[in-house]
Structure formats: structure tokens, C-alpha cells
Design a protein. Structure first.
Length: 174
């Protein structure tokens, strides 16, 4: 049977091993926490999205020719609506004015080619805006809201007025 001194020595050795293990575990945990604090406190690099968000837009953002595709539902006479599609070219002057030519095909009205129009637009600093288009022979203006994306290379637009139009357009700079 082992002596009391031998048991105490074994117990002290086990206790010393546990203490060493706990010290190492605490040091590893502290090092991990320290590395995480350092990593989280270092400012992250500027990304392209951050740069895009920080750019303010203005009327000058829209300048030049934009080809577009338009589709939706539009009025086709008293109490009638029709589905339609169209393509066209809008030229922005960078100062709040545009010219426009389009061709479209309606479910009821058929094809209309090379329809000319003109209008004005206003761009907000957050790259949203509104436009008003006058089409010769149409008794009311067409009012739209839009958002400029991809540094002015694309315009996403929706008709707000007149009712019952539910029309969207996507335009890309040439």
C-alpha cells in the first residue's frame, strides 16, 4: 500500500498538471479575444459599394443617349387598357431637359413607330428623380419617378401619372 507521502505527491502532480492546463487555456482565450478586438477595431477598406453610395447625383449625372425597353399596361381609350411593349432612345442634356423617340406595340392599338416627345427631369442627390414628358397629340403630360444606378449607366423608371398606366422602363447609356 502506497504511503501517505506518495499519495500527496501524486495529488500535487495532478493538481500542478490541471493548473498548467488552465493557465494555457486562459492564455489562449485571452489571445483569441485580443486578436478579435484588434481585428474589429481596424477600419475596413473602402469598397466600391461605399464609393457608389457616397457619390451625389445631379441633373448632370444624366447626359447623353440612353436606349430603353418599356412595357406594361396603358390606357387605350375610354375605359380600356392594353398591354404593350416598346423600345426607344432618350437623350438627356445634363441640365434637366431631354428628347425622346420611341416605337411601341399595343395589344389593341397596334404598332406606333418613331413617336417623338420631349420633357424635363430633376435628379435628387440620392440619385432618385422625376420626369415629365410631353407627347404631341396627347392631352396630358406623362409623369415618372426614376432611380439612377451604376454611376449613371442605368435608369430604372416607373410611370406615376396618368392613371391607369402601370408602366416600367429600363434605360442603359449607349
Amino acid at each position: 500500500m502506497p504511503s501517505n507521502n506518495a499519495l500527496n505527491a501524486q495529488e500535487r502532480q495532478r493538481e500542478h498538471g490541471r493548473t498548467q492546463f488552465l493557465r494555457r487555456a486562459i492564455l489562449v482565450a485571452l489571445a483569441t479575444v485580443g486578436a478579435a478586438v484588434v481585428a474589429l477595431s481596424v477600419p475596413r477598406g473602402a469598397s466600391a459599394q461605399d464609393e457608389e453610395r457616397s457619390r451625389a447625383c445631379s441633373n448632370a449625372t444624366l447626359q447623353g443617349d440612353y436606349g430603353f425597353l418599356v412595357s406594361g399596361t396603358r390606357g387605350a381609350g375610354p375605359g380600356l387598357t392594353e398591354s404593350f411593349v416598346g423600345t426607344g432612345l432618350r437623350t438627356y442634356d445634363g441640365h434637366g431637359n431631354f428628347t425622346h423617340v420611341d416605337s411601341s406595340h399595343g395589344q389593341l392599338t397596334g404598332a406606333a413607330r418613331d413617336r417623338e416627345a420631349s420633357g424635363t427631369y430633376e435628379v435628387n442627390a440620392n440619385c432618385t428623380g422625376k420626369a415629365t414628358m410631353i407627347v404631341p397629340g396627347v392631352p396630358f403630360p406623362i409623369e415618372t419617378s426614376f432611380v439612377i444606378v451604376d454611376r449613371g449607366r442605368q435608369v430604372n423608371e416607373a410611370v406615376m401619372s396618368p392613371q391607369p398606366n402601370l408602366v416600367t422602363a429600363i434605360a442603359h447609356r449607349k
